[in-house]
Design a protein. Sequence first.
Length: 76
Amino acid sequence: MAMDLKEIEKLIKEAMPDATIEIQDLAGDGNHYSATVTSSQFSGKSKIEQHKMVYTSLKGKMGNELHALAIKTKEN
């Protein structure tokens, strides 16, 4: 079952309310997305830690409802 990009945005926003999120459906199939997330919560964290924060915000949906998500993170 595919995951809607609005649901992805909602989950990230719940975990990081200050985040600016840009999501693209890469293949038009609802399964392959790219997300650019900008948040002050990334300050002082490595890229790996930042990406883990985004994956954690998805509450286990990565690999299940959400097949593929390319993540770019930026500090606010």
